[in-house]
Design a protein around this ligand. Sequence first.
Ligand code: PGA
Length: 248
Amino acid sequence: MRRSLVLGNWKMNGTRASAETLAKGIIAGLGDDVAEIGICVPYVYLPEIGQIVKNTRLALGAQNVADKPSGAYTGEISAGMLKEFACHYALVGHSERRTYYGDTDQSVAARFCQAQEQGITPVLCIGETLEQRQQEQTFDVITAQLDAVVELAGIAAFSKSVIAYEPVWAIGTGLTATDEQAQEAHQFIRNYLAAKDQAVAEKIQILYGGSAKPDNAKGLFAMPDIDGGLIGGASLDAESFLKIYHSV
Ligand code: PGA
């Protein structure tokens, strides 16, 4: 049986002080151990938040990781550096990275491998734009995004990773995929993996992301192939993030 996972993605928000308050607020309200839970925080807050979450079950994550191990790559942060700060997760291929910073399916695959080499669990973010959905290309886009990682890392690598299905049109827009739309995509992803390795497909946590909120999380999480959520806006408030967590 897969355990559910709820991950917060703080994006480029907050201050040093508000980050500390938010992390402490989440820990204070964790309550029953209903699922796995973590927060992906801005790089510069990793050391401090790492100290705050130490010895709690709130896991720490980064929002990206370099596609190379080290060297002359100004502005990048390597998986080895993240490991030094007890990072458990690293998002790779978030749509904002793909859209604004030129991450490609291939560079995302390289980031995925770099994270795994350091024992960090990559959270591979995939999903289609509104235009692609309207042109009925959703499954082709998802397939290409997954193919690139399978080619570089191999199917077995997915047993130590998480996938987040995030329709781009639902991210930060207030437009959530319906429970059925999300389930359809999640089932497609699981079937894609199952065709290559049944055990990997059954084990992997596939999260939904895109305007998930306290009032729609329960319905989404009740779907058979949705194993939790990647939460942006609603993770910036401890109470709403915890409500989502307790909806799994
Ligand atoms: P959102 O963001 O919940 O604010 O839509 C989700 C994400 O980008 O991971």
